[in-house]
Structure formats: C-alpha cells, structure tokens
Design a protein around this ligand. Structure first.
Ligand code: IPE
Ligand code: IPE
Ligand code: MG
Length: 248
C-alpha cells in the first residue's frame, strides 16, 4: 500500500470532496502540444481520482468540468471539450457500473450541445441505482447562476403564497440549489497553482478546507489525492469556536 494511503484515517474521511480540475492547457503547452491534448490527458486523472475516492469510501466527488464562463474559449476548444464529454461517458459507463458509482450533474445542462446532453442523461440513467459513491460533474455550472435560479424560485413561491418569508432559511436555500440532498464539501482541491474559486460552489464551501497544489490536472494522481486528504486530516476545523473547545 502507498505510504500516504496507509496513513489516512478512514474514520475521518471527507464525505464530499470537490475539485477544480485546472491546468490542462498549461500541461499541454509544457509538452509542446495543443490545449486539447491536455484535456484528453485530464480524463486519466478523472478516472484515477474517481476510483481512488470510491475505494477509500468518499461518498460524493464533485468535479468542475466546464464553467459557464468557459463558453468564452475558442470555439474549437469548446467543441473538443463537449465531444470529449460524450466520448468519455460512453467509454466509462461500464467502469462506473463495475465500481458501483452513480453519475450525476449540476449546472445548466439543458444548454449543452444536444449530443453531450444526451450522452450525459444516458450515463446518469445507466448508473442511477449505484450506491458506493456519487460522481457529480459540474457542467455549464456557475455558482452565481445557481444562486440566482434559487432566488427566482423562492421569490415565485413567496409570491404565490407557497411559503412565507419566515420560512426562508439556510435549509430552504440549500434545497433550492442544484446540490440539494448532497452534503457540503469538506475539502476543496484546486490543481495548477491558481488560488481562486472561479465561481464554484460559493454557498456550499462556506466551511470547506481549501487545498491548493501546483500539480497540473493531467499529472494529478491517486498519490496526490491521498496527500490532500492527509493534509485535510491534520487541520483543526473550528467552525467559529476556539481551539480549546473543539479539541476536547
Ligand atoms: C482545466 O484546464 C479544464 C477546463 C477549464 C475545462 P484549463 O483548460 O483551464 O487549463 P489552463 O488553466 O489553461 O492551464
Ligand atoms: C475553472 O477553471 C473551471 C473548470 C475547472 C472547469 P478555469 O481555468 O476556467 O478558471 P479561471 O478562468 O482560470 O479562473
Ligand atoms: Mg484554467
């Protein structure tokens, strides 16, 4: 067993890990190849990290695959990413089922190109009875979009007398987000050295531990994930209390 893996306390695993998979383009550049080559190689890391998370007993893994802002990239790159999504879901369906992993998605997925949308729905349907881990892809996702949508629905319900103003609380907001039913991520990992959130799960990461690594996504391996989890397990999560209170 790997040195890092054996040190992980399986009783204190994060239930939910969220990842900003970044650095595909720079990885490709480093190898003297076009950006799309980086995205293709990023799929290997998706497979490795999904497998490692499920093996450990992580219950939810949310991967930022395409942001609302990513539509602004060159058309060729956007098309390649959308095609890669279709191809990957098709190829990985059996592996997901063998590993008892359920595929889900957050984001405005109806706005994806028809082929990608169809492939995604097919993958979600084919894996819906799996129970070991939820693999949630954030696709055409942005946190501000998600929050605005929630506000619209809540305002509508208020106007129609479905709810009263007093009933608006944290839980109600939680239940109007795409992530309803999914516990907040305890650990957020971003690869590639950037230290920003880029419109990802802003509400849900209120108390997440943030982990930044310089490793580019296509190089991010199971070992790197184990290191991130170990780092997480060494932190004291205080939730506003004092160190003395929480270490009791
Ligand atoms: C992350 O890698 C993948 C997506 C955003 C789809 P990037 O493509 O952002 O890679 P860099 O940041 O340009 O290196
Ligand atoms: C965030 O990465 C989105 C995804 C990983 C899908 P970006 O590379 O798009 O983020 P910025 O633009 O550098 O903030
Ligand atoms: Mg990037």
């Amino acid at each position: 067993m790997s040195e890092f893996k054996s040190k992980i306390d399986l009783n204190r695993l994060p239930k939910h890990i969220a990842v900003i998979m970044d650095g595909n383009g720079r990885w490709a550049k480093q190898h003297g190849r076009p950006r799309v080559f980086g995205h293709k190689n990023g799929v290997r890391s998706v497979r490795a990290i999904s497998e490692a998370s499920a093996e450990l007993g992580v219950e939810f893994l949310t991967l930022y695959a395409f942001s609302t802002e990513n539509w602004g990239r060159p058309t060729m790159e956007v098309n390649a990413l959308m095609a890669l999504l279709v191809e990957t879901i098709g190829k990985e369906m059996n592996t997901l089922n063998e590993n008892n992993i359920r595929l889900k998605a957050i984001g405005d997925i109806t706005k994806l190109p028809a082929q990608s949308y169809k492939a995604l729905l097919k993958g979600i349907e084919a894996t819906k009875n799996n129970t070991r881990m939820d693999l949630i892809l954030a696709l055409n996702y942005s946190s501000r979009w998600e929050i605005v949508e929630a506000i619209k629905t809540i305002a509508e319900d208020l106007k129609n007398g479905v709810i009263t103003q007093e009933e608006i609380n944290k839980d109600l907001v939680d239940n109007h987000l795409n992530t309803r039913g999914i516990p907040d991520p305890e650990l957020l990992i971003r690869t590639s050295g950037e230290r920003r959130i880029s419109n990802y799960l802003l509400w849900q990461i209120a108390y997440a531990e943030l982990y930044f690594t310089d490793v580019f996504w296509p190089d991010f391996s199971k070992e790197h994930l184990y290191q991130a989890i170990l780092d997480f397990q060494q932190r004291e999560r205080r939730f506003g209390k004092t160190g003395e209170q929480v270490s009791k």
